[in-house]
Structures are given as structure tokens and as C-alpha cells.
Write a protein that binds this ligand. Structure first.
Ligand code: THG
Length: 367
């Protein structure tokens, strides 16, 4: 690690040794922890992810554990998604909102038991909001960050690789379901989920000591399957329309603005902190919303600030993520666009750091 000064505040992970041995080329920081972003190159990693199978160190998807009789009640305080029908063994993608209906995070909730949940968080310090609520409402629940490190196995050959390590039974896990599987005498939660649309699993590794044994077993078993270390891929996740908290949305956005209305049941999510605020705004509907966009011209630079979207002189939104897509031979992007300009095919101009570019709103993402 040359450009990021190492220190204990910038946490290493249970898999960092393996990531380094695989020749990681760049990191970002996510939940105060290292998250690899490049192995061979973003484009090579992209092609490989779509063709083979990768093992991802996503330990930075930290868990907030809720444990105790009020765990379910606390979970429902957090989200406008109705959790009453959720069973142990299920994962739900849950928008988390504050009292104004603003997005605080967009985690995956993992229901281990009625009185034990993991909230697998995106990049914001959600632990403190949850601890504050548990304390303020005097709930009978413990809230902490356990020693759990997710490892993702993603790509079209993920089922074969996982079956080689955990047995053929992993093939039966349905999307956003999980089951416990044995690895070297330890029980591990294995879910069919992950931050790509290429298919795959996430293993929630309990105990840092099991990180490298599992990493090594997957690399060994996958030799004939062209397995390689990988990481969430910028190009693939934009094509797939997977949102990134802090980039594509912040606490200024409602779930509806983020296109996450399908994960909200605000009417029936009794208890949700942001329920009243969301019911008020739901009457009118959002006036801006996340859209897929194409940006014309050559490869765009990294989107490290919002790029203004214009209709002539008029500001109509912002681009928050963008990358060149080798498969679609255009720049793919995620933008927040005003209602007056969000229809499919609308032609706009985007102000990139390297100049103005024509851009077009797309009905759907590419995946
Ligand atoms: N897995 C786990 N934890 C995570 C992520 C993950 N924490 C951080 C981050 N990713 C949270 N954000 C997302 C965003 C999208 C999805 C999951 C987590 C996702 N969405 C699918 C979609 O939108 O099509 C499926 C949602 C559904 O149908 O329920 O998978 O990746 N453990």
C-alpha cells in the first residue's frame, strides 16, 4: 500500500493477506476499512467477472447485529419495508431512513432468528443511529458490530466453485435466502446474494481466523475454473443499476427518489421512524429520480464529484457514477434527473471535468 498511509483506523480485513498476494492495485475506504477496487485493471476485471468466477473481499460490508427480544421491533423502526412476513433464512434489501425520510443507508438485512438480525451495511456509520434508537426507545436489545466478514463469490461459475468447497447443497439456495454450511468444522452463513448481477453467493465468515483458510480453499478449488481475486466492479454495477450509497444517493434523498419504492411498504411499515414523512411525500410522488444514462464520446474520467446535467442553460440533475462499458461501447452512467426531463430518450448535456458531453436518459439499466 503506497498512497494510503496505513494505520489502525484504516482497518485491514480477514482477507487482506490474500488480496495482497493476488496483486491488488488500488483500494477505496468503506466503513473505515480497506475495499479493493482494482486487481488486473477495471476493464480486465469486468470481462473476467462476466465470464468466470471471482472471490471478493467485501469484509467492509460490516454487520450491525441486533440481538434480544426487541430485535425485530428495532429492525422495523429502521425501514419503510414491511418486515412482518420476513422469515429466518431470508435476506431483504432494506432502505434505511431518518425522521425526514432521508436515506441513511441501503443494507441487506439478514434475519438469523426472531431475536437475532444482521444489518449488512453500506458506507455510513449506521451503528450509532441504531444504538441511539435502541437506547432512546429503551429497547431490550444488544446492538454491536460482531467479528463477521463477508466474502463474495461472484460470476457465472460461482455455483460450481461453491459446490466444490461446500458441497452440492449450496446449489439449492434461492436468491436472497441463506443457510448454514460447514467449513472445516465451523458453521458459516451462506447466502445467494452479492453486489453484481452475474450471480453468486456471500459467505458471512464468523471469526477473523477463518478468513484466510476459506480464501485459500476457494482459490485452490477454483484452479480449473479460472478463479481470480476480484472486487465490486464499477462498470458492471452501473450496467446493473446497483446503487452506491454516498455516490448515487445521500440523506437528502428519499427511497422513492432512489428508485427504491419497490422495497417500501410505507402504509403498513408501522413503527418506521420516517413513516409519516414518507407518507406525506408519497402523495405527490418524487420530483426527481435515479435514471440510467448514456454519455456520448470517448472514455469519461472518474466521477469523483457530481457532474451537472443541463438542458441548455437549465440545471436538471446530476450524474453520480459513470464508466466506459466495453460491452455496450458507450459510457454508462447513473444520474438523478428532474421529472420534467426524466423520460426515456431525453437528450441532455453533462458537464464533465473534461468538457461538455451529449447524454441521453435511458428507460432501463443494461443488465
Ligand atoms: N451484500 C451484503 N451487504 C452489502 C452489500 C451487498 N452491504 C453494502 C451494499 N452491498 C448495500 N447495497 C446493496 C445494493 C444492492 C443490493 C444489495 C446491497 C442488491 N440489489 C438487487 C437489485 O437491486 O436488483 C436485489 C435486491 C432484491 O431483489 O431484493 O442486491 O451486496 N451482504
Amino acid at each position: 500500500m503506497t498512497l494510503l498511509s496505513p494505520s489502525r483506523r484504516l482497518r485491514r480485513t480477514a482477507f487482506s493477506e490474500g488480496v495482497e498476494a493476488a496483486g491488488v492495485k488500488a483500494y477505496t475506504v468503506y466503513n473505515h476499512m480497506l475495499l479493493p477496487t482494482v486487481f488486473r485493471s477495471v476493464e480486465e476485471d469486468y470481462h473476467h467477472l462476466k465470464q468466470a468466477v471471482q472471490v471478493w473481499d467485501v469484509a467492509c460490508e460490516r454487520q450491525v447485529e441486533l440481538r434480544g427480544p426487541d430485535a425485530g421491533r428495532l429492525a422495523q423502526l429502521l425501514t419503510p419495508r414491511d418486515l412482518r412476513g420476513m422469515l429466518p433464512g431470508q435476506c431483504y434489501y432494506v432502505p434505511i431512513v431518518d425522521e425526514t425520510g432521508g436515506m441513511l443507508n441501503d443494507p441487506v438485512a439478514v434475519k438469523l432468528a426472531d431475536d437475532r438480525w444482521w444489518i449488512s451495511i453500506a458506507d455510513s456509520d449506521l451503528l450509532y443511529w441504531i444504538k441511539g434508537l435502541a437506547h432512546g426507545y429503551r429497547l431490550d436489545v444488544l446492538v454491536d458490530e460482531p467479528d463477521v466478514s463477508p466474502l463474495a463469490v461472484q460470476g457465472p461459475r460461482a455455483d460450481d466453485l461453491m459446490a466444490a468447497v461446500f458441497g452440492d447443497k449450496v446449489r439449492d439456495i434461492r436468491f436472497f435466502r441463506f443457510a448454514p454450511f460447514d467449513f472445516q468444522g465451523r458453521s458459516m452463513v451462506v447466502a445467494r446474494s452479492g453486489y453484481s448481477k452475474q450471480g453468486g453467493f456471500e459467505i458471512y465468515v464468523e471469526g477473523e481466523d477463518m478468513g484466510m483458510p476459506l480464501w485459500n480453499a476457494l482459490m485452490e478449488a477454483g484452479r480449473s475454473m479460472d478463479v481470480y481475486a476480484g472486487c465490486p466492479n464499477l462498470i458492471e454495477r452501473i450496467e446493473s443499476g446497483l446503487l452506491s450509497y454516498g455516490n448515487d444517493m445521500t440523506d437528502d434523498n428519499t427511497p422513492h427518489e432512489c428508485g427504491l419504492g419497490r422495497f417500501c411498504n410505507t402504509q403498513t411499515a408501522i413503527g418506521c421512524i420516517g413513516r409519516d414523512a414518507l407518507l406525506r411525500v408519497a402523495n405527490e410522488g418524487p420530483i426527481k429520480q435515479i435514471r440510467a444514462m448514456e454519455i456520448e464520446g470517448p472514455v469519461v474520467p472518474a466521477c469523483d464529484r457530481w457532474w451537472p446535467l443541463k438542458d441548455g442553460e437549465k440545471a436538471v440533475g446530476r450524474v453520480s457514477s459513470a464508466a466506459w462499458s466495453p460491452d455496450f461501447k458507450t459510457n454508462v452512467a447513473i444520474a438523478m434527473v428532474r421529472m420534467t426531463h426524466w423520460d426515456d430518450g431525453t437528450e441532455l448535456t453533462v458537464e464533465t471535468p473534461t468538457g461538455l458531453r451529449p447524454a441521453k436518459v435511458r428507460e432501463n439499466f443494461w443488465a
